[in-house]
Design a protein around this ligand. Structure first.
Ligand code: CDP
Ligand code: MG
Length: 376
């Protein structure tokens, strides 16, 4: 008989009532999808081995967030050598950044990332200052192109992303292609730089060059979130959330492309993993009004989502965007409004791909909820 596959993690849960962080050893048994938890400080079983709904192996990685019986846990470390050995290259991480020259094409690039088999575990649109760019590219400070590079990186917003996959560092560099965009076009015509880069400097995206660099570069953007201001405008804008089930299906890039093609601009973008309390608060206005409130909340906190600030149509942005998103029920949308986002990407009334602000007067509140309250 072979040993059951058992993976061990250190998981943290913030106990709101006691206002303390609690640490657990969390064991995951792949054979029957069960979880067992030990309270480390009090040295006792916290959760008897049991099935956890909606949890799967893909959700288990360092830095990831999982929901166990309505508790949101953060996986902070591997808790044994077996788990570390098994998972560290399978769940390798790297930093990908969409540089200022390619931010307009971000949907197509994010689609290539998903199609390339990567998981996006963190994402944020932000604008680097010259100082930020100098720090990020410090290794090149002596190079003749340094000044030009720094000026370019500070010329507009970028999108920093943490990608995860088997051998993510090498695989993302492969998809990225050679540094020089014209060389990329001759040597790797299907690469990101071949398709979206312009020259040696304006080459669409960045990728870490080694595992250690990846760790340093992902920390640069995601370990101190307060350092990086988002780019939200908070005026003549609407809030769009690409829901967890659509993200899980790998449709986020396609949805972003469709939004751009319809003439909207995306002026802010960030990935969030909502806690249940936040999802309830965000959907507060639907409580008692919409029969599926509980399921809506459950869907919104079931995994990572993308929040976008939509602009581009002046004072008509909110109304036009809601029209483009379409009826709440994708079945109805497919019959009556087949060109809408929900008709194309929705599965059912709960997993309807997109949340968008209903009433124009709520737009600022919703944009602020993500880009001021949750982001800070
Ligand atoms: O980005 P990658 O790791 O492929 O190349 P690098 O050699 O680490 O250079 C960092 C960045 O500097 C490149 O992505 C280009 O944007 C820029 N560069 C440049 O402007 N001129 C060069 N001759 C080489 C690089
Ligand atoms: Mg490099």
């Amino acid at each position: 008989m072979s040993l059951p596959e058992r993976y061990a993690f250190i998981a943290e849960w913030y106990d709101q009532n006691a206002a303390i962080m609690r640490s657990y050893q969390l064991l995951y048994y792949a054979s029957d999808n069960t979880v067992e938890m030990y309270d480390i400080k009090n040295r006792r079983i916290f959760l008897k081995r049991s099935k956890v709904e909606n949890l799967c192996f893909e959700d288990l990685f360092i830095g990831g967030t999982i929901n166990v019986h309505s508790r949101q846990l953060n996986l902070v470390e591997y808790a044994d050598e077996f788990t570390k050995k098994q998972l560290s290259s399978k769940k390798e991480k790297t930093l990908a950044m969409i540089k200022p020259d390619a931010v307009a094409k971000f949907g197509a690039i994010i689609d290539m990332i998903y199609r390339g088999g990567f998981l996006i575990v963190n994402a944020k649109m932000t604008k680097l200052s010259r100082k930020d760019a100098e720090e990020f590219y410090q290794e090149h400070v002596q190079r003749p192109f340094f000044d030009n590079l720094v000026r370019f990186m500070a010329s507009g917003p970028s999108i920093a992303m943490e990608l995860m996959s088997n051998s993510a560092v090498t695989e993302w560099r492969r998809l990225l292609g050679p540094t020089d965009s014209s060389m990329a076009r001759s040597e790797a015509p299907n690469s990101v730089r071949a398709k979206f880069g312009t020259d040696q400097t304006r080459n669409a995206c960045h990728g870490s060059d080694a595992v250690a660099t990846g760790q340093r570069e992902t920390s640069f953007f995601f370990a101190a979130p307060g350092r990086w201001k988002n780019t939200a405008k908070f005026s003549e804008s609407s809030c769009c959330v690409i829901k967890p089930s659509a993200v899980l299906e790998g449709n986020a890039g396609q949805i972003m492309m469709a939004i751009k093609e319809a003439g909207f601009e995306v002026s802010a973008l960030q990935m969030f993993h909502l806690e249940k309390a936040n999802a309830e608060e965000f959907f507060e206005v639907y409580k008692g009004v919409v029969a599926e409130f509980t399921e809506m909340v459950q869907e919104l906190c079931s995994g990572p989502c993308f929040a976008l600030e939509i602009t581009g149509k002046g004072p008509n942005t909110a109304n036009d965007f809601r029209e483009f998103v379409g009826p709440a029920d994708p079945e109805i949308a497919r019959t009556l409004r087949p060109n809408t986002l929900r008709a194309k990407f929705g599965l059912n009334k709960i997993k309807n791909a997109i949340h968008c602000t209903d009433l124009p007067e709520d737009c600022q509140l919703e944009v602020e909820y993500f880009f001021r309250i949750l982001a800070e």
